[in-house]
Design a protein. Structure first.
Length: 148
């Protein structure tokens, strides 16, 4: 189970990092710049987002992926267990990004509802995809290991 946890953690960090870099660096840059005008730093310190990524990746692995480790390691489990993990990831994203965005909207004067809804939806998508990729990775490595 430790191997499955390590595989899922690496998969989540890779998927989450890639998707978030694409989202924040290319796709939604203009939206965030426009909606958060005057609130963004000119340069970002590394430790807060690195800390978030490690804590959140671990949370996804523990809360969304780990409960399905046994099912994922069975060759005949199909995609049902991956979809269940993706659903758990979606719910985790709904809670985590919802807490962040709703709190910001409630207490920060210049925080827009538009950015809250966009970011909240993004949190659900990226968490679900990262959990599903981790589940797929655990399943794939398990199949490869059992055949060698």
């Amino acid at each position: 189970m430790i191997k499955a946890f390590a595989i899922s953690l690496v998969a989540i960090i890779l998927c989450f990092g890639f998707m978030d870099a694409l989202w924040l660096g290319v796709i939604a840059t203009d939206i965030y710049q426009q909606e958060m005008q005057g609130m963004l730093r000119s340069s970002y310190p590394v430790w807060p987002w690195l800390t978030f990524y490690l804590i959140y990746a671990s949370s996804i692995a523990i809360l969304a992926v780990q409960p399905s480790f046994r099912a994922l390691m069975q060759e005949n489990s199909g995609t049902k267990s991956i979809m269940l993990v993706a659903s758990r990831g979606f719910i985790l994203g709904l809670a985590a990004y919802g807490a962040y965005n709703l709190t910001n909207y409630a207490i920060l004067q210049n925080w827009s509802l538009k950015i809250s809804l966009i970011d909240w939806a993004w949190g659900c998508i990226i968490t679900s995809c990262s959990a599903a990729f981790a589940a797929f990775s655990v399943k794939t490595f398990s199949i490869i290991s059992s055949r060698s």
